[in-house]
Write a protein that binds this ligand. Structure first.
Ligand code: ZN
Length: 368
């Protein structure tokens, strides 16, 4: 991959990501069920990871050409632009590596803190305590579920790496049975719908694209959507919406903090206010969110999102001065082409010759 090709990828992939995140937010507004919006976010995060991989590993269609730009440039100007692109890439790569290493280190520290929290500040619930929890026979429990009680004041939360885990502060066990049941149903729904996996995908996008405001925006929206969904399920199964609102208020009164890499019941009070407003709006709404019409809208939104991802993957900014006007498909990046060559598959990893071929000479000069 020459510097101009790499510059094209570095400039275009963040734009593709912005389009996908915007599409998820807008499509999510057309869907009533929070569960369907959660699915949109999971597809969105997978798509972002896919776009990053495809951008640096696969060729793409050239719908827009940089002919006009490069034909108007003199050789001297083209040389200057290429040199500027190469320098921009070097600076961007250095900044990205520092940011990426910082995010990874931060995650590692959080994991160590969390494992210490589990081993030093929590204990496993006894069988008697588990039997005393306000669970009903129809409540589906994940396999191998671990119940922990913590000795500290914090909000309830769940987490999963190897084993699904629900952590309840000891003060919560003394609460009214209705409050405890709401919290348990909420946390069980997080685990049942694989929210820890979505959280992991979200974290992977955040680590790779730590500099991208659209990814921070996506993380906040996805977190809120997960809470909306679990609130809907817990409020529907554990009494009335009015009862559930009392539980939210009760949790908000207490300490809502929780370890940062977990799914907390109510980490931010501003989010609890948004969740309360949504539940109130739902209690006043007459629309049936489980109707076939609502399900159809969810399926249509997923189909539309996949179409947007496909179109976004082919949106490349015309900033590659060395792009040949004779090829509709960009060359394969060198690293993936070499792997394919090793497996006996021959693919083109060079630009086709055209009238601007002398720019390749300039590129070599810049590289030297
Ligand atoms: Zn939650």
């Amino acid at each position: 991959m020459n510097a101009s090709q790499l510059f094209e990828a570095v400039a275009s992939v963040p734009l593709q990501v912005l389009i996908v995140v915007t599409a998820v937010v807008l499509l999510g507004r057309s869907v009533d069920q929070a569960a369907a919006v959660c699915r949109l976010w999971t597809i969105g995060f997978l798509s972002i990871l896919g776009l990053v991989a495809a951008g640096f590993l696969f060729p793409h269609l050239r719908l827009m050409h940089s002919d006009g730009l490069s034909n108007d440039l003199s050789n001297a100007a083209a040389r200057t632009v290429l040199a500027a692109q190469a320098w921009t890439l070097k600076i961007a790569a250095a900044v990205w590596i520092v940011g990426f290493a910082y995010v990874l280190l931060q995650r590692l520290v959080r994991m160590i803190v969390l494992s210490q929290f589990f081993s030093q500040r929590c204990r496993e619930m006894t069988d008697e305590e588990i039997a005393g929890l306000p669970l009903e026979t129809q409540d589906a429990l994940p396999k191998n579920l671990r119940w922990l009680v913590s000795f500290e004041m914090h909000g309830p939360f769940c987490w999963q790496l190897q084993r699904p885990t629900i952590v309840l502060p000891s003060c919560l066990l003394r609460e009214d049975e209705g409050v405890l049941r709401h919290v348990i149903l909420h946390e069980l729904e997080h685990l049942r719908t694989n929210h820890p996996l979505q959280h992991f995908l979200q974290g992977s996008c955040n680590a790779l694209l730590w500099f991208h405001p659209a990814v921070w925006w996506a993380a906040r929206n996805a977190e809120l959507t997960r809470e909306f969904h679990c609130d809907e399920v817990a409020a529907g199964n554990g009494g009335t919406i009015a009862d559930y609102l009392k539980t939210l208020a009760r949790i908000a009164e207490q300490n809502t903090t929780a370890p940062t890499c977990t799914l907390a019941f109510g980490r931010r009070k501003s989010a609890i206010i948004r969740r309360t407003e949504r539940l109130l709006a739902q209690s006043e709404s007459t629309c049936d969110r489980s109707s076939s019409h609502a399900r159809l809208r969810g399926s249509l939104a997923i189909g539309s999102l996949l179409l947007v991802v496909l179109l976004a993957s082919q949106l490349w900014l015309p900033v590659n001065l060395l792009a040949s006007s004779r090829a509709r498909l960009s060359p394969w990046p060198t690293w993936s082409a070499e792997v394919l060559h090793d497996f006996g598959v021959s693919v083109r990893d060079y630009e086709r010759f055209d009238a601007r071929h002398d720019l390749n000479e300039l590129q070599r000069d810049v590289d030297d």
